[in-house]
Design a protein around this ligand. Structure first.
Ligand code: G4P
Length: 538
């Protein structure tokens, strides 16, 4: 059965629902303040009355399953959740990306479902390694990025220096939308360059409540008295300097990811959160059209429902030992019980209980619109990247795999559960929880796990035990990168590899891959094997 929206009133509603959606993710290096800013966006949008809910989840967690128990113990969030916030007529979908150092491919993939990103930087540290990695995914997708420079209540680096770093390291122009007045204990507020106003904040105890804010004009004769003569002079000088030096903001260039609007503040103290939320509503784009493998572009306002699977999560809740597919709605309207076509399986399936999910809590929903990310019970029907649609047979471009950086040999400790072991790793690979590599020499049977973050190994061991009843162990391998090898088959089998620092393998499709101890060995291999090419991803 095909379901489309036919009535004009329904179509108007679809257009309205699309236009009020903002689906975004927050990216940051651990400790820059992603969790705190999330919490404060909830506070300022009225989704929570008192800040603390998100951190409570982060610290106390939901001891729902064994590996959620692991999350709790380690104080991290592996299971990315979707926070839905209704604010001033907008519906914000905040896709939570795990913030821990041991992040995984899921962190990257979440960005595939977002229409924009917020980049949080620590004002004392600037652009950090994980910022660069996550930003590179945003860049690849061409999604717009808003920047929040956090922790202005601590001694910071020179703001101009921070803007310069964004431009040089990330290759994106940085256009300050506001400018800090002082830093550390003297941080008093920001000058809003767009409205030409000065926003002065007051501290509240632990920043649990909204901070009182005083708005005044830059030419207010009382301003020097309010912020101090010296701070006032300094501000005047910097405003003049910026007029000549700072990059200009341009909405079109922002939407193409070429310029980022920059905001200063302190999430912990609620300084600058309100103007940032306002700017987010104004600047962040609604759901964008998506490209199919056939080169067509599907508009979110198309009446045909379509979506793709961005993530699969097993064992979310011990009361329901099931697997959930997270579906990002791309076009049309999804309604409860909709029958959709699944091109990969070439069959119709019914989505009987779409869910809104937050950690352990789930709630059945009646409908969803482009930009929403919903949970669907997945009895083995979905794999990462699958497209579903209510009509025709469109397929969105496949989700990219990300460069693994950690490798380990996986050993099955109870040989009698050989079948479960192999079924488990095949399913976990299908979910996208891990990449599997194999030996070229048939004498070696143990699979090699390739992960973006080390935490993925622990998750695999835990899930093999709880979901498949298999005790497994891993031996870390001393390699740092994997390169797919392109070249003549004979050249590959006769290739000259540096002993002990390089391991030739194949992926599950039989493509040759080498693990290398460092980039230095990649260059060595390239020199010794001029007929071969080494690529990051296949
Ligand atoms: P993350 O999710 O990016 O990893 O960062 P998170 O928000 O957990 O913040 C990391 C630490 O930085 C936390 O301190 C948090 O309180 C602090 N922080 C966040 N925003 C600000 C800010 O604007 N100013 C200052 N001074 N600190 C900030 P913690 O001690 O690790 O945790 P907690 O004891 O505060 O929970």
């Amino acid at each position: 059965m095909q379901q489309t929206i036919q009535r004009p009133a329904d179509h108007h509603r679809l257009i309205h629902e699309v236009s009020r959606r903002r689906t975004f993710a927050i990216i940051s290096h651990p400790d820059a303040g992603k969790t705190t800013l999330t919490e404060k966006l909830l506070l300022y949008s009225g989704a929570v009355a008192v800040a603390g809910a998100v951190r409570a989840r982060k610290n106390q967690g939901y001891a729902a399953s064994d590996w959620m128990e692991m999350e709790r113990r380690r104080g991290i969030s592996i299971t990315s959740a979707v926070l839905q916030i209704d604010y001033r007529g907008y519906r914000l979908n905040l896709l939570d990306t795990p913030g821990h150092q041991d992040f995984s491919e899921d962190t990257y993939r979440t960005l595939m479902a977002a229409d924009s990103a917020i980049m949080v930087l620590d004002a004392a540290k600037g652009v950090e390694p994980q910022t660069i990695k996550l930003f590179s995914v945003c860049r690849r997708r061409g999604i717009p990025v808003l920047t929040f420079i956090n922790k202005m209540d601590h001694p910071t680096r020179d703001p101009l220096d921070l803007l310069g770093e964004i431009e040089q390291v990330l290759g994106m122009d940085a256009a300050p939308r506001n400018w800090p007045i002082g830093d550390g204990p003297n941080f008093q507020g920001v000058y809003d360059r767009v409205g030409n106003t000065v926003l002065l904040f007051q501290r509240t105890e632990h920043g649990r409540q909204r901070a009182p804010m005083q708005i005044t004009n830059l030419n207010d004769p009382l301003l020097p008295g309010l912020i101090g003569e010296e701070a006032h002079r300094h501000l005047q000088d910097e405003i003049k300097l910026l007029a000549g030096a700072g990059a200009a903001f341009d909405q079109e260039r922002f939407l193409r990811g070429e310029v980022t609007p920059v905001f200063f503040g302190s999430a912990l103290n609620n300084f600058g959160v309100d103007p940032f939320l306002e700017a987010l509503l104004q600047l962040a784009p609604p759901p964008a059209p998506r490209r199919t493998t056939a080169g067509e572009v599907v508009s979110p306002e198309s009446e045909v429902f379509s979506g793709f699977v961005v993530k699969i999560q097993g064992n979310m809740d011990p009361r329901h030992r099931d697997r959930i597919a997270f579906l990002r709605v791309c076009s049309g309207r999804l309604e409860k019980d909709i029958s959709v076509y699944h091109p990969r399986l070439n069959r119709q399936i019914r989505i009987s209980r779409p869910h809104r999910l937050f950690g352990r809590e789930r709630e059945t929903i009646e409908e969803a619109f482009p930009g929403d990310v919903i949970g669907v019970i997945n009895p083995g029907l979905f794999a990462i990247g699958d497209t579903v649609c209510s009509e025709g047979s469109l397929q969105f471009e496949p989700l990219p795999r990300f460069q693994p950086e950690h490798f380990a040999l996986l050993r099955n400790r109870n040989v009698s559960r050989y079948k479960q072991f192999h079924k488990g790793i095949a399913q976990l690979e299908e979910e996208g929880a891990i990449q599997i590599l194999e030996w070229t020499d048939p004498a070696h049977r143990e699979p090699i796990l390739a992960a973006v973050g080390e935490l993925q190994f622990d998750v695999i061991i835990e899930r093999l035990r709880t979901e498949y009843g298999v005790e497994a162990a891993i031996d870390r391998m001393p390699y740092e990168l994997a390169r797919w090898v392109i070249g003549d088959e004979r050249d590959i089998s006769n290739a000259n590899w540096p002993a002990g620092r390089c391991l030739p393998l194949k992926d599950r499709r039989g493509n040759p891959v080498v693990l290398l101890a460092s980039e230095w060995y990649q260059r060595w291999c390239e020199e010794k094997n001029p007929g071969l090419r080494f690529v990051e991803l296949r």
